[in-house]
Every structure is written in structure tokens, then in C-alpha cells.
Write a protein that binds this ligand. Structure first.
Ligand code: HEC
Length: 154
């Protein structure tokens, strides 16, 4: 009998709960975190500060197949900076032609991701191919948004 009462009240509570709908889940810290906000800089300073260094280093090391793990690690790291840099470009869309900006940023990011993957597998031909593909996307954006300047060579 006691068990039955217990069961009845449980059903009542559950039933009432569904009647009034479930209370909204308390906000998690992650939900309260601020959205991604670009650090204020000009596009010139952004490219110089974030993209130029890894590009210059890759240009030197991609001339020949790395001989050791440290060489591959350096390639992987710089490819990753440029790939993630593509994501950061998505926070810096211009008011005009934003769709094109997005297209080049995503293409450059994805080729960079291919390069990271190939470097992880220590596959030099695939790394080189992804590197060149990435630079084509960098250049396509420079052609459109940097008056054709900064045409980068592998
Ligand atoms: C979505 C567009 C876009 C993409 C993609 C892009 N860039 Fe740029 N980049 C620019 C713009 C715009 C400038 C010119 C900035 C200025 O001087 O006003 C620039 C300038 C540069 C410069 C010259 C900086 C200087 O000091 O004058 C370098 C180097 C550079 N980019 C490297 C890269 C590399 C490497 C990639 C690809 C991995 C890349 N960029 C991809 C938009 C882009």
C-alpha cells in the first residue's frame, strides 16, 4: 500500500512536470562565453602578423622533403597556423563582396587542413600539392582584395 502511494505520487510529479513543461536548463558557462571577436587591427597588420611568418618559413622548408621528425613538425605547425588563419579571416569579412571573401577564406583554410593532414602522414608530394593549392587560394583573394598585389610563390 505504501509502495502504491509512493508510485502514485511519483506519477503525479512526473505528470505535472510534463504538464507545465520542463524548466529551462540553467545556462552553462560555455553559453555565457563571449562570441569570437576579432582583435582590432588593420587587414595589413593582420596579414603581416598572422600569415606572413608561417608563409615565409614554409617557403624555405618546402623546397625539399624534410629529413627528420622536427622538419615535419615545423611544416605541420605552420600549415596549421595558416589553416586556422582561414577561420580567423571569416571574422574579418569586408562589407563589400563578403561572399567572395568567405569563399577564398574557406578554400585557403581547407587546403591548409589538407596540408596539415599530409604533413602528419609525412607525405611530401601530398604536402607540396596542398601547399601549392593553398597559395593559389591566398593569391585569388589577393587578386580580388589586394589589387592583385602579394602574388605569393611556393
Ligand atoms: C580572404 C582574403 C585573403 C586570403 C584568403 C588571404 N589573404 Fe593575405 N591578404 C589579404 C589582403 C586584403 C591583403 C592586403 C592587406 C593590406 O595591405 O591592406 C593581404 C596581404 C597579405 C600579405 C602581405 C602583408 C604585408 O605585410 O604587406 C601576405 C604576406 C599575405 N597576405 C599572406 C597570405 C597567405 C600566405 C595566405 C594564404 C595562406 C593569405 N594571405 C590568404 C587577404 C587575404
Amino acid at each position: 500500500m505504501r509502495l502504491l502511494t509512493c508510485f502514485t505520487s511519483l506519477t503525479l510529479v512526473v505528470g505535472l512536470g510534463s504538464l507545465f513543461g520542463t524548466a529551462p536548463a540553467p545556462a552553462r558557462d560555455a553559453d555565457k562565453a563571449p562570441a569570437l571577436v576579432p582583435v582590432p587591427t588593420s587587414m595589413h597588420d593582420f596579414m603581416e602578423g598572422v600569415f606572413q611568418g608561417p608563409y615565409k618559413r614554409l617557403k624555405l622548408v618546402m623546397i625539399a622533403e624534410p629529413k627528420d621528425n622536427a622538419g615535419w613538425k615545423a611544416i605541420r605547425g605552420d600549415a596549421l597556423i595558416l589553416a586556422e588563419g582561414g577561420n580567423l579571416l571569416l571574422l574579418r569579412k569586408p562589407e563589400k563582396d563578403a561572399d567572395e571573401w568567405t569563399k577564398y577564406s574557406v578554400a585557403s583554410r581547407d587546403a591548409g587542413a589538407d596540408m596539415v593532414k599530409a604533413a602528419k602522414a609525412k607525405d611530401y608530394p601530398a604536402s607540396k600539392k596542398a601547399y601549392e593549392a593553398m597559395l593559389n587560394h591566398c593569391n585569388a583573394c589577393h587578386k580580388k582584395f589586394d589589387n592583385g598585389k602579394n602574388q605569393l610563390v611556393p
